[in-house]
Design a protein around this ligand. Sequence first.
Ligand code: AMP
Ligand code: GLY
Length: 462
Amino acid sequence: MAKKVLVIGQGGREHALAWKLSQSPQVSQVFCAPGNAGTELVARNVPISETDIQGLVQFAKKENIDLTVPGPEVSLVAGVVDAFQKAGLVIFGPSQAAAQLEGSKAFAKEVMRSAKVPTADYETFDNLKTAEQYIFERCGGGRFASSQRPLEVTDGGGELVRKTNPAWEQSVVLKADGLAAGKGVRVCHSAPEALAFARECFAEQKFGIAGQRVLIEECLIGQEASILALVDGKTIIPLEASQDHKAAYDDDQGPNTGGMGAYSPTPVINDEMMAQITQTILIPTVHEMKRKGCRFSGVLYAGLMLTRQGPKVLEFNVRFGDPETQPVLMRLKSDLYSLLHAAATGHLNEVPDLEWDPRPAVCVVMASQGYPGDYQKGHPIRGLEAENDLPDTYVFHAGTSRDGTNVVNSGGRVLGVTALGDNLDLAKLAAYERVRKIRWEGAWCRKDISDKARNYTTPTPE
Ligand code: AMP
Ligand code: GLY
């Protein structure tokens, strides 16, 4: 009883974690480092950055924190778990070595290859020359036309040999190996686009060291889903599935973002599919990590593409998803403190079955004008007041800060407006009704969060 918890981070995910942990009958106080204008409603913000590992350890020791929950991957990849454990503190998350599953896409692919986990075919490149060669090869060795179309190929007598090279129509996906805040992946629909991205990585060093190694992989087709599973090294407890919306604009148009909205549960994952994912993806990955000497503990987040050949891994993350955490935690009825503490101390096998609100939840991300590119900060946000709240809705803050009496936007993704409803349509309606009451200069959001569920039909297996 009277447990103290520290949440590390400052986004919507961290607000959701702090909100849920503050409801635990076991928890007396939640701290959030550094937090945002929303976390201060449910926790005490402390001005320590998520990468100031020694500062965080000192704070946790001074306050006798019983459990620390790091939100973002940067803290995990920087070794926050190792530092806390060395200081004898309980912390939920993977070690620095295990966090490589997210910190290096090449490492993740090696793990998947050894564990025979289904994923896209890929090649790894350490320099521009070989990457360019490979892109050329994939295009049948053809030359590039300025129109971004292959030239017509004729034989010596002027006969047309090949008009279009089908490989040119095929998309490839280029990925910077290291962490790039969700921006290091490009689905390329033409070879020139792929070449341009390879140059951005290697020559322009747009992603710094993270882009000095590049993966080129096969483009998978299907619906995406996010599976978040709690792991303590041996026991795996998957949470209910959710679906993110990564593209900036409606109908999945526009550039990739950190996620513009999510909902849970999703019809793309039924019980049979979940069992298949557990058997073919989660269990072999956790075993392989153990075999490699980096036992995995924390959240294993599998970003999946549900292809006609079955579920395949797009990426692994080693932390809660953002914004997936917001709708998932709105639905979780079990005590989050007990769950995360059990995972952090190797007792997940003793945890009773999770309890869920059967109602679906929808989270709509409201963003700053210009996101995912440059955006202006500091606009006062109106309509956050409690009298605007609707039953079963909650406004999670992501990129907000306090400026005197005003709450202002301070990040690209600003709010995650989340609502439960008796069905998905009603949850969506409630979320957008709450969105309508919130205003700041340049605020915008996608209008179609959760529509993928309505349009979904089970793919016919090949
Ligand atoms: P990642 O950060 O690896 O999940 O990639 C971000 C987004 O890019 C994913 O959510 C997908 O929408 C897309 N993506 C990544 N890899 C692939 C792939 N192999 N095939 C198709 N789309 C992909
Ligand atoms: N929503 C995607 C992520 O958390 O990586």
